[in-house]
Design a protein around this ligand. Sequence first.
Ligand code: 13P
Ligand code: SF4
Length: 331
Amino acid sequence: MGALELTTAQRKETVRKLLEEYHVPSQEIEESLRLIEEIAELKAQKNAIALGHNYMTPDVFYGVSDYTGDSLELSRIAAQAKANILLFNGVHFMAETAKILSPEKKVLIADLDAGCSLAESITADDVRKLREQYPGIPIVSYINCSAEVKAEVDVICTSSNAVRIVESLPSDTVVLIPDVYLAGNVQKKTQKKIIPWHGKCMVHELYSVVDVHITRRYFPEATILAHPECKKEVAALVDFVGSTSQMIQYLKEHKPKQALLLTECSMTSNLRKEIPEVQFISMCQNCPHMKKITLRKIRDTLLYEKNEVDVSEPTRSRARKALERMLELSR
Ligand code: 13P
Ligand code: SF4
């Protein structure tokens, strides 16, 4: 999506309309609008910019984010951003990635406990053991992992460039960690042998082939899109598989009459405003980690400059190499 160039008045108006559509009580709406105003003032005073992942709730997404996007886009923005403070509205591994790429900036996140089931599924020690088990085989990690894991691998990938990164490596076999389903979806698109890890996204693993069949039966005209963190059996049945921003791009280009997104709920809520021509069917799952990021916590984080994310050396430099290799390969 990129830069969200809205005045504070426009942000407030957008959020007011969206929250009213969702029948949020008026007192809560007024509170959100006050917080949006306060956060805008704090950002200006402190020379801070806010990056917002596509899964942020509409009040955070439209209310305070200066840039929005998927993991790859936000990493690129973090690497180039000119500000004293980067406020990352997303989960911890994303804020950590921003710090690795922009060490001179103060990186803040509204809740340090906003984790990710994929990042929690593997440790740096597990990667060292994989190296011993598969000597000479390149190890690629999905960006949803800790800085310590990033420091141990050869290159990072995201859901938008995983196939390209795997294909670019001079080896017929590649270890792809930690998402077993992303690995399965990449395997379908490459001749190389993929060795997976057993991590799963707690949100996307909930979608089943039954969800797709039911939708096809009751909404035969609906276009169904899925994130590659879904099971490969689910991905095989849908009309498009891609990263969050690739799904958005597809919808903007094709403008189907109806659509169902097999991904986190808030993206559908945000797209109802972004692409009003499409009727979105709601059958979605919430990420409890993404939902930890609220306007009130963002205001307090910025006001007290708390919840700083830091990555110590030499982990940072080693992790940075793996990230920069990805940025280079996916130019
Ligand atoms: P994207 O890179 O597609 O935005 O995915 C990040 C993520 O955590 C999906 O669950
Ligand atoms: Fe992690 Fe899944 Fe939440 Fe994305 S949606 S942050 S992969 S748990």
